[in-house]
Design a protein. Structure first.
Length: 353
């Protein structure tokens, strides 16, 4: 799911705290280990053309393989014009965790993946373990949010989430060397059967605890799928106008042949077809020999963890997350005072807001 960026960290983050180095092996390490018993980093980093992937999964080759899949997905998504003709230039940090428990510690129980468009370290995607990127809808969903984040900064939630759920359908035919989009996902189709009016799901997005949230995603998926299938040119024009800052309702009335009052009837007819359009792109495989693989320093890992602490969405962490963030940053700064990641966090937290 897409999460709006929370407020920047307060200047207090840069204050020096008396945090002893015993934190390296004590309580701070319990929820997301940074080092082993010998004080060596448990993390691996793989930097590709478009991503920086950092993970504590135990096998370095596995981290490399995930990075390769992300690059393959990037090129496939970059060839889909509805996400924008120019993907973001920033390299997001992708944090792939070794256990669901570690993910829940930061994210809580209501999400399966998070995209932050603007943390103190830039765009960041946080993920639990996955079964393979082309099998895991969460990875594709969050990557789609990143790919259109510059193009559709001020788009309504139904459009953001509708595009991301359509991109969940990407599947890789290794025999044909092609990636296919637009197939149906049974869960989305079933949820879209709920006749949630367009006046509702195209308005305010509900709180994450509401029971009808899944219907919002599904009807948004159905609408975006319908627009691609039935009004592709007009939908493209609509996206361009929204990307230029037009109010989405004004943009809609200016280019769409379908009136907003008629969306419900159109979607009901489209849903009853039970068959949806498909399109394919040629897969472009990355040169994995060009990947830069390394072991992040312990200071790098604590600095990264300080940002994950500060942006934690787990409601149980609300009272302690900022203190935990400061503690982790202090450990990183004590280990390597001139560490580039530490300095970037401190500079960003002190910038005017």
């Amino acid at each position: 799911m897409h999460r709006p960026s929370p407020p920047r960290l307060p200047r207090l983050l840069s204050a020096r705290l008396a945090v002893p180095l015993l934190l390296l092996s004590a309580c701070v390490s319990e929820k997301l280990p940074a080092v082993d018993e010998g004080g060596h980093s448990l993390w691996q980093r793989v930097e590709t053309e478009h991503f920086v992937l950092e993970s504590n999964i135990p096998h370095a080759d596995g981290v490399r393989g995930v990075a390769g899949d992300f690059e393959t997905l990037w090129h496939a998504f970059a060839s889909v014009p509805i996400l924008g003709r120019k993907p973001p230039a920033d390299k997001p940090i992708i944090v792939l965790l070794d256990s669901v428990g570690e993910y829940r510690y930061f994210a809580g129980s209501l999400t399966d993946g998070l995209f932050y468009s603007d943390t103190l370290l830039g765009p960041l995607i946080l993920l639990p373990p996955n079964s393979g990127l082309f099998q895991d809808v969460v990875v594709k969903h969050e990557l789609a949010h990143f790919m259109c984040s510059d193009f559709l900064r001020d788009a309504p939630m139904w459009l953001h989430e509708g595009l991301a759920t359509v991109m969940e359908t990407a599947s890789y035919d290794t025999d044909e060397g092609r990636i296919r989009f637009g197939d149906l996902l049974r869960g989305r189709v079933d949820a879209a059967a709920t006749r949630l009016p367009a006046s509702v799901f195209m308005a305010e997005w509900p709180d994450q605890t509401t029971t009808e949230l899944y219907a919002y995603y599904a009807r948004s998926w159905l609408l975006v799928h319908y627009l691609i299938d039935e009004h592709l040119k007009e939908f493209g024009d609509f996206l361009v106008r929204v990307s230029h800052g037009d109010d989405w309702k004004v943009a809609w009335s200016g280019v769409m042949p379908l009136r907003l009052d008629d969306v419900d009837e159109a979607l009901d007819r489209y849903y009853d077809r039970g068959k949806y359009g498909l399109w394919t792109v040629k897969a472009r495989l990355p040169d994995m020999d060009a990947f830069r693989q390394s072991t992040p320093s312990v200071a790098d890992t604590f600095a990264l963890r300080s940002v994950l602490q500060a942006y934690a969405t787990n409601p149980r962490r609300a009272a302690s997350r900022m203190e935990d963030a400061r503690n982790d940053l202090e450990v990183a700064s004590t280990l390597e005072p001139q560490n580039a990641r530490v300095q970037k966090i401190l500079a960003a937290s002190e910038a005017p807001r």
